[in-house]
Design a protein around this ligand. Structure first.
Ligand code: TXE
Length: 487
């Protein structure tokens, strides 16, 4: 299946130049160890510094460019990405492992984000007020933050870079992007498309490399004004420490341990469909995954039976194969982590449905979706983010008990409920301690024109996406003008 697939040679982008460097790395498909999606040379510190310098040099020109022109470039890039959704979706599916329809959907989402944020570039409105002193007008405007470092994870290789880059560019910032080592090809194409759409040299620089090698440079160097990061909690804390020490602003999106509550009056079909999609869509590798299924006693057994049966019917296989429901786990380290959580639960006496390795024609990281039953809220599997196709079930007495368990987490990204009761839906929307609440929907699956983000250990700083994205990527200026002295 993969023999005809080409290997793409990737470069860094610094000051508009395509720069090569060693040592060479290979981007190998998690579906097939013989499929090398891309080859690229890892950056060292000097290249990261050059990228920052290029962004610093480009900042005055880009911030002075009209919003209309910035928006035009983003929109043009968005249209090209939408047109090439199938082609780019295949590359994304190959390098990350989500199914081809999921990957094409993600590419289309990136295109929508670019177009939406392109429109936002001319909506940088301010305020004009009377001063408390006579004859003085006060204006409040927003200006670019300056040079922003963008550090992204592997699980959404084009959508996450797009939802950080697009508003940052729309609001006049210049950037250095470092995508995750496992998925450089999708990010490279995004940067390539934006350059060909007319982005001036140095406005968006791309550094391919490991966070261990260049992460500290990209989070604490002179010249940077902000860093936006999505990834693990541990790395996020380190990024925050570096940014604080450098005195620059930081925005972090980290983990989730998202509850999906199912109560007795739920429509069982809705509950099973949403739990399946929420827990195992994108191989469960989403910060918004519905990883804790909190189910009241009256519906528990029927829900578990139906969900287990649906899971057994799921086809796990090569990301490009027709008709599969779930692709491979991203790499061996993640597969080991997923299996370890399942095995530890089994050792602790929990019943596990699924979770076995799946045999396939190609050498990939294939694991069947796993459901861990009879868990306690204090189990590791209910406290820590697994980040794979692993969900747990917690049986509870009633709605109040379910709500208490749902809120009993250090995280607070998304929370969902499946119910036919308007009162329960309304109450949950108010009392769930999460940045995003879903009713009769999985916790995963969000829109691009509204805020995205969480509470507690999940997020730090202003929300991403939608109009709200402006908050992080602009700084406020308050100006006082004594009108009488102006001729
Ligand atoms: O994350 P990292 P990894 C979780 C998930 C997964 C685990 C490890 O549990 O199993 O994290 O994944 C860059 N300074 N999530 O190793 O290390 C790194 O190169 C600056 C959940 O991929 O956090 C990459 O570009 N940057 C999460 C990015 O940080 C550094 C999504 C994320 O990598 C750096 C991803 C450093 N010192 C992983 N070290 C979610 N919830 O969405 C690394 N990086």
């Amino acid at each position: 299946m993969t023999s005809a697939l080409e290997t793409i040679n990737l470069t860094h982008f610094v000051a508009g130049e395509r720069v090569e460097s060693g040592p060479v790395h290979h981007d190998v498909s998690p579906s097939d160890s013989t499929d090398v999606v891309a080859s690229w040379g890892a950056a060292a510190d000097d290249l990261a510094h050059q990228a920052i310098e290029a962004a610093v040099a480009a900042a005055p020109g880009w911030s002075a460019t009209t919003g209309a022109r910035r928006g035009e470039i983003l929109t043009t890039a968005g249209l090209e990405i939408a047109r090439r959704a199938e082609e780019l979706g295949r590359i994304l599916a190959r390098e990350e492992g989500k199914t081809l329809p999921e990957a094409i959907g993600e590419v289309r989402r990136a295109a929508q984000i670019l177009q939406f944020q392109g429109g936002q570039a001319i909506r940088n409105r301010g305020q004009l007020l009377d001063s408390v002193r006579p004859g003085i007008e006060v204006s409040i405007t927003r200006e670019p933050v300056g040079v922003v470092s963008v550090i992204t994870p592997w699980n959404f290789p084009i959508a996450i870079p797009a939802w950080k880059i697009a508003p940052a560019l729309a609001h006049g910032n210049t950037l250095v992007l470092k995508p995750a080592e496992a998925v450089p090809a999708s990010a490279w194409h995004l940067v390539d498309v934006l350059h060909r759409a007319g982005l001036p040299d140095g406005v968006l620089n791309l550094v391919l490399g490991s966070g261990r090698d260049v992460g500290d440079t990209l989070t604490g160097s002179a010249g940077l004004n902000a860093v936006t990061f999505t990834g693990s909690e541990g790395t996020g804390r380190r990024v925050l420490d570096r940014a604080s020490a450098a005195g620059i602003r930081a925005q972090l999106e980290m983990g989730g341990k998202n509850p999906l509550v199912v109560i007795d009056d739920a429509d069982l079909d809705v509950a099973v469909t949403q739990a399946l999609a929420g827990a195992f869509g994108s191989t469960g590798q989403r910060c918004t995954a519905s990883s804790r299924l909190i189910v009241t006693r009256g519906i528990h057994d029927r829900f578990v039976d139906r969900l287990s049966a649906a899971m057994a019917r799921w086809r796990v296989g090569h990301a490009l194969e027709d008709g599969i429901d779930m692709g491979p786990v991203v790499d061996q380290v993640q597969l080991d982590q997923d299996r370890r959580y399942v095995e530890q639960a089994a050792v602790a006496g929990r019943e596990v449905v699924g979770g076995q390795l799946e045999a396939a024609e190609t050498d990939g990281f294939f694991m069947r979706p796993a459901l861990v039953l009879g868990t306690d809220p204090s189990d590791a599997i209910n406290r820590e983010e697994v980040f794979g196709p692993v969900a747990s079930v917690i049986e509870v007495e009633d709605y109040e008990h379910a709500l208490a368990v749902a809120n009993d987490t250090p995280y607070g990204l998304a929370a969902g409920i499946v119910t036919t009761s308007l009162a329960a839906a309304h109450d949950f929307r108010k009392r769930a301690q999460a940045g995003m609440v879903m009713v009769n929907l999985a916790t995963a699956g969000v829109d691009f024109h509204v805020p995205f983000g969480g509470r507690g250990a999940s997020s730090f700083g202003p929300r991403e996406q939608g109009e709200e994205a402006r908050e992080f990527f602009t700084q406020v200026k308050t100006a006082y003008v004594a009108a009488g002295a102006v001729t």
